[in-house]
Ligand binder design. Structure first.
Ligand code: GLU
Length: 484
């Protein structure tokens, strides 16, 4: 589509939220798929609630997700003159007026309306003032706002690309504020002027903005400018079907990043919050998402945020990723856990690749390499209670494990076949089940009740470490074995 220009316009009053990230992603996918431009704009005119730290947080989260922007970031706070100039233009054209109703007056009227069960909208008190009178009040320094002077009759309709035709009656739309008493533009004025100046072709944003759209359309009309295409995205709900919030767990994108989720599966997960691919396959790479995404595929119905699905995408991605790609991410994790050893990137690099390939089968997040896989990177690990309780209970193990260690020590080759046959022969001789020894060996070698195949673990640890761990009897003296 020629001339596609879309934007993501977060307000930096908090971290980038999952809902914001989904909006950014849909805009980005649309721009990339259509050969258009993706513009980043920071809506920071609410001075009390905006902060530079949050701008940094948002930019960092977008970069982490890989959503690169072609223009911007533009800051609304740097365009204040432009908004004031247009507000003045609207005032002179009698399409806006100054209002000096005080907050207290408005609150009293709102309260009276609600007491009589009527919906409140600004009653236009100041609209009737002659322009001289209102200019005089302004000159006297009475604090006031600039309000848009809306039509009193007719319809405001638009064709939403996702929700279809939406019609409002003009008389129900209040004369909304364009410029606050501190001289700052409101969201409506800023958003419309920016979308115009930035030549935005499609406004793709959350459905919570549907109710703002008629006001913005009125402003486009007053400015005698064409209206962009609107496409509102369905809301995101928590598993209990209420609007997604902190009650449902982390909502900030950076928290997921810090927990070890990866950008590609995270984008895959976000993409499915309100969009359905044409194919049956839900697990898609970013390139596939770009290729398949269309506004037609966006649903009206609310999307449900399902953490299980995110974990599933993440583990699937890890399982399928080449060890070389995961290596730098794992390095960061190991480093932060104090497990990094420079040899892992020199003489031990080939070994690391094998260990990564082994561990990636079972992990859900990158951080699991350092936690579940700890015993591969250090000898300083504990045997988890669950493993101890389930697999180290039998008294015979106190004799059998050191004997098994001796048997393994005598092997001249230490491959999967050799270790497996040694263990099974030993079990048969001792008339115990091989499973008893396998489970106990797993607990002693990895500290975990669940781990990769035991003979692969032995091969990865090598003969020396395997023998040392199996012959070390200190676990018997550790605190009373749970379950006893
Ligand atoms: N700053 C607004 C928000 O964060 C942008 C709304 C819009 O895209 O028009 O919700």
């Amino acid at each position: 589509m020629p001339g596609v220009r879309v934007r993501f316009a977060p307000s930096p009053s908090g971290s980038l939220h999952v809902g914001g990230a989904r909006t950014a992603l849909f805009n980005w996918l649309f721009a990339r798929g259509q050969g258009g431009r993706f513009i980043l704009r920071i809506e920071d005119t609410d001075r009390e609630r905006s902060s530079p730290e949050m701008v940094e947080d948002i930019l960092g989260a977008l970069q982490w997700l890989g959503l690169d922007w072609d223009e911007g970031p533009f800051l609304q706070s740097e365009r204040l003159d432009r908004y004031r100039q247009v507000a003045d233009q609207l005032l002179s054209a009698n399409k806006a007026y100054r209002c000096s109703c005080s907050t207290a007056e408005l609150a009293a009227k709102r309260q009276a309306a609600s007491a009589s069960g009527k919906p409140w909208k600004y009653d236009g008190t100041c609209c009737g003032l002659s322009s001289d009178r209102s200019a005089e009040r302004h000159a006297r320094g009475l604090p006031g706002v600039v309000r848009f002077k809306g039509p009193r009759d007719g319809e405001v309709a638009f064709e939403d690309r996702i929700f279809g035709r939406i019609v409002h009656q003009a008389k129900q739309i209040e004369d909304f504020v364009l410029v606050r008493s501190d001289g700052m533009p409101t969201y409506h004025l800023g958003v419309v002027l920016d979308d115009l100046d930035m030549k935005i072709s499609h406004v793709i944003r959350g459905a919570d903005h549907i109710s703002n759209t008629p006001k913005q359309i009125l402003l486009y009309r007053a400015l005698e400018q064409p209206v962009p295409v609107f496409a509102h995205l369905p809301l995101i709900l928590g598993p209990d079907r209420t609007r997604l919030s902190k009650r449902h767990g982390a909502t900030a994108v950076n928290t997921y990043r810090d927990q070890g989720y990866l950008p590609s599966p995270f984008c895959n997960f976000l993409a499915l919050l309100g969009w359905s691919p044409k194919s049956e396959v839900e697990s898609l790479s970013t390139d596939e998402l770009i290729h398949q995404f269309s506004l037609k595929g966006v649903n009206k119905s609310n999307a449900v945020f399902d953490l299980e699905k995110l974990s599933w995408f993440n583990s699937r991605y890890l399982r399928n990723a080449p060890a070389e790609r995961l290596f730098p991410l794992i390095k960061v994790e190991l480093d932060s856990e104090g497990l990094w050893n420079d040899e892992f990137d020199s003489s031990g690099r080939a070994w690391m690749m094998k260990v990564i390939d082994l561990l990636k089968q079972r992990v859900r997040m990158v951080s699991d390499f350092a936690t579940q896989g700890r015993a591969f990177f250090t000898d300083d690990f504990a045997i988890e209670d669950k493993a101890r309780r389930k697999f180290l209970k039998s008294e015979v193990l106190t004799v059998l494990m050191p004997e098994l260690a001796a048997r393994l020590e005598s092997l001249t080759a230490f491959g999967l076949e050799e270790t497996e046959s040694a263990l099974r022969t030993f079990a048969a001789e001792k008339e115990v089940k091989a499973g008893l020894l396998i489970n106990a060996a797993r607990a002693l070698l990895t500290g975990k009740a669940v781990a990769p195949g035991i003979f692969e673990v032995m091969a990865a640890l090598g003969q020396e470490r395997t023998v040392a761990r199996l012959s070390d009897t200190s676990w018997m003296e550790d605190e009373p074995r749970a379950g006893e």
